[in-house]
Write a protein that binds this ligand. Structure first.
Ligand code: TXA
Ligand code: MG
Length: 347
């Protein structure tokens, strides 16, 4: 694709400048693609009602056309404008968790451009909880299709610098609103059946959802890799750092042995570890991603840690494993997708 001149704005989320928001909203109304912060990760937004505008997102990201986009709206009324109906369980979830890191899959009424839903009869909708995203949605008065603002396959961006690295010259604008809060993407919940089904784990945990709507299933593809995922995006390579990532399931001594063996073979090794383990590990580069006791913190730092290693200085990245409950479930889902291999210690 040809290069575009990218405009930048720096906006303080605690004091949103309406003139700058108006400039970014004007580009969106002109059917251009603009990246902006949400509470999960940065999104690359465009007018969800216009096929050409949406095409601009796919082109800038290099995204496969069969992977549908999430439609971001300002409020529940705007959800009603793009779906046939809101079932009872979806009402409960919207009231309990939005604005917030939750995407609902509902039956589409066909108002969005057909490339938003990649030809599916359903549409993903979400009300983001970030002052900049909310101000943009309210000002442009459009539903915005917005995937994560990374080049396809790369880790999602949790800062405007990450977006700049991937998309400068490929999009009309980037709004810098500082680092994002949650760090992993929204939880995608299919509400088109009798029971809610989690298609992608994320910022709202299964435990949180069940408190509001009762028994909630995981898409079988999240548990068994042989199953075809219901969310088209879940089948692609994702979140990949520059160097190959090995996910290590075992104790600290086992992790250190893997590092030592690689180094003996002249490999430069980067590691991603919790703060509890950092002082006990030796490697060429170490990134601390928060505490094992606070998996929310690990989520916040995960993508930044994956992006921090360059192949100029590192040949292989090793990452410790985290418990698979609460936010740990989303963290491990992303790590397994990003990893080129999983190394498990013999019991
Ligand atoms: O937190 C987030 O959700 C971020 C921010 C920017 O809002 N967005 C995001 O979008 O992660 P993206 O495009 O990177 O991931 C969207 C996921 C993909 O796995 C896609 O396949 C799935 O949602 N999805 C979208 N529409 C769907 C639909 N109608 N049915 C099933 N899955 C759908
Ligand atoms: Mg993405």
């Amino acid at each position: 694709m040809s290069t575009t001149e990218t405009k930048f704005w720096t906006i303080d989320p605690s004091n949103v400048d309406s003139l700058q928001i108006e400039e970014a909203a004007a580009l969106l109304r002109d059917n251009e693609a603009v990246a902006f912060p949400t509470e999960t990760v940065y999104g690359l937004g465009a007018n969800a009602l216009n096929e050409q505008a949406v095409q601009g997102i796919f082109a800038a990201k290099g995204r496969p056309a069969d992977n549908p986009l999430i439609v971001h709206v300002a409020n529940k009324e705007q959800i009603e404008e793009v779906v046939t109906r809101i079932p009872q369980m979806a009402h409960k979830l919207i009231d309990a968790f939005t604005p917030g890191p939750l995407t609902l899959i509902l039956e589409s009424n066909g108002s969005c451009a057909s490339n938003v839903t990649a030809g599916l009869s359903s549409v993903g909708v979400r009300i983001p909880d970030h002052p900049v995203a909310r101000a943009l949605l309210q000002t442009c008065r459009l539903p915005l299709a917005a995937p994560s603002a990374n080049r396809s396959g790369r880790p999602s961006p949790t800062s405007a610098e990450h977006v700049y690295k991937d998309l400068n010259g490929r999009v009309a604008g980037i709004v810098d609103g500082g680092p994002t809060g949650v760090g992993v993407e929204s939880t995608v919940v299919d509400c088109t059946g009798d029971r809610p089904v989690i298609l992608r784990p994320g910022g709202i945990t299964k435990e949180d959802l069940e408190e509001v709507v009762g028994p909630t299933d995981f898409d079988p593809a999240l548990i068994n890799q042989e199953e075809k995922p219901k969310s088209p995006g879940m089948k692609y390579t994702h979140y990949a750092p520059e160097a190959p990532l090995w996910l290590v399931e075992g104790d600290l001594a086992f992790l250190q042995r893997q590092i030592d063996q690689l180094q003996q073979n002249d490999k430069r090794v980067g590691v991603i570890v919790s703060q509890e383990h950092a002082g006990h590990i030796q490697a060429d580069e170490i990134q601390i991603c928060g505490s094992r006791d606070h998996l929310n913190e690990v989520a916040v730092h995960l993508y930044g840690a994956l992006r921090s290693f360059s192949t100029d200085t590192i040949d292989v990245i090793l990452c410790e494993s985290f418990p698979e409950y609460g936010m740990g479930y989303a963290v491990m889902n992303r790590l397994k997708k990003a990893a080129t291999q999983v190394i498990t210690q013999d019991k």
